[in-house]
Design a binder for this molecule. Structure first.
Ligand SMILES: C[S@@+](CC[C@H](N)C(=O)[O-])C[C@H]1O[C@@H](n2cnc3c(N)ncnc32)[C@H](O)[C@@H]1O
Length: 347
């Protein structure tokens, strides 16, 4: 119930376009530790970030030397006036650019340049900043996630961004994942502790709190990091311990696709050669040299994949690239737990 309430709150943010979920420094630090070598000699652009407030800017500024950055840019969007310092012009967005020469300065003393427009990441001015960058790192507004990612890929930039887990189900995002142009970062769901929300934001459910310094925090469990930066996790092979042969009844076939259903990633059988329908959380364990992604959600009839007329929550059809032979041991060792349907973050 509480989870439902929090997810509704996130949904509200999405539909009302308030889009003001501010990323916590601890979550940025926890994720970025896995990408340390990706930033050497690079220009990072945080394009939905008020540099005087954003923890992304704070993180990169603080770790400029350690990461070996060439340049850091952050630009902010002006309708977000209530979060801005008075020194900002209420009609123009702005940005800060810094190099190694600036890192001894206090963030509050860095000089901010005004833009002619409002700092929309889609504006020509922000696109010029984007062109200078190698990697975009931010948490963009939820309602503009698709456009934000489309722009990054159009300009062939690397990225590490936060999005809603449902973003995976957007056709264009799934396509990037399927073609190995994007993948899940290290943390998702409960692995992202929460977001700071503005004072006007109504707090729902029990998954909200006030931090020791008075910040209002909302902790949805349905966000993830999406990236095209190489991380070790992507090369880790998923250890398969379950066997299809002899346990066929535990792996029902889809009504509308020649393949079997698996409810939990850890139950993928090692010896099945055909298509396997897995929950979207499989993507968190996806290693492209071990598995191939065939398609998303739909069967041959264009309808959602179903088993005896029932549709499990979004399934991704995959294939094991190197299925192994089943070991010769008692099948009772491979019993599966009961079928579980409809939980997006069950693994
Ligand atoms: C989800 S919040 C995250 C803010 C910051 N990136 C962070 O992680 O703390 C999204 C931010 O994007 C800003 N924003 C909304 N529309 C924008 C646009 N078209 N261009 C740039 N920023 C925008 C919002 O005002 C908000 O500050």
């Amino acid at each position: 119930m509480a989870r439902q309430a929090t997810n509704n709150a996130l949904h509200k943010a999405k539909s009302s376009k308030s889009d003001e979920f501010y990323t916590l420094l601890e979550d940025i630090e926890k994720e970025l530790v896995f990408y340390k070598e990706c930033f050497r000699g690079k220009t990072v652009y945080c394009n939905c970030d008020n540099p005087k407030e954003s923890n992304f800017f704070k993180y990169f500024f603080k770790n400029f030397k350690t990461l070996g950055l060439k340049k850091l840019i952050a630009s902010y969007y002006i309708p977000n006036t209530q979060n801005l310092f008075n020194e900002f012009d209420p009609e123009h967005g702005g940005y800060i650019e810094c190099t190694i020469d600036d890192i001894e300065t206090e963030i509050t003393d860095l000089s901010c340049k005004l833009l002619n427009g409002n700092g929309d990441f889609r504006s020509q001015e922000c696109i010029s900043l984007l062109k200078q960058a190698d990697i975009v790192v931010t948490n963009p507004p939820f309602s503009l996630f698709r456009e934000h990612l489309a722009q990054i890929t159009r300009y062939k930039k690397d990225f590490l961004v936060i999005g809603n887990i449902n973003a995976i189900t957007y056709q264009e995002v799934f396509h990037l994942i399927q073609t190995n142009k994007a993948w899940l970062g290290v943390h998702l769901g409960r692995g992202i502790s929460g977001f700071k929300v503005p004072d006007h934001y109504e707090m729902y459910g029990t998954e909200t709190s006030i931090s020791t310094n008075g910040d209002r925090i909302i902790s949805p469990n349905n966000c993830l990091w999406l990236t095209n930066l190489d991380i070790q996790k992507r090369h880790d092979r998923l250890k398969l311990t379950k066997v299809y042969s002899g346990n066929e009844d535990l792996y029902p076939k889809f009504d509308n696709f020649n393949g079997i259903n698996v409810n939990r990633t850890q139950d993928i059988p090692m010896d099945y050669e055909g298509a396997i329908g897995v929950p979207i959380t499989f993507l968190h364990k996806y290693n492209p040299s071990q598995f191939e992604i065939i398609q998303f959600r739909k069967g041959d009839d264009g309808k959602d994949l179903s088993i005896k007329g029932k549709c499990p929550y979004f399934r991704i059809l995959i294939k094991n690239k190197q299925p192994s032979k089943a070991p010769v041991i008692s099948s009772s060792l491979f019993a599966l737990p009961n079928v579980e349907v409809g939980n997006a973050i069950s693994d």
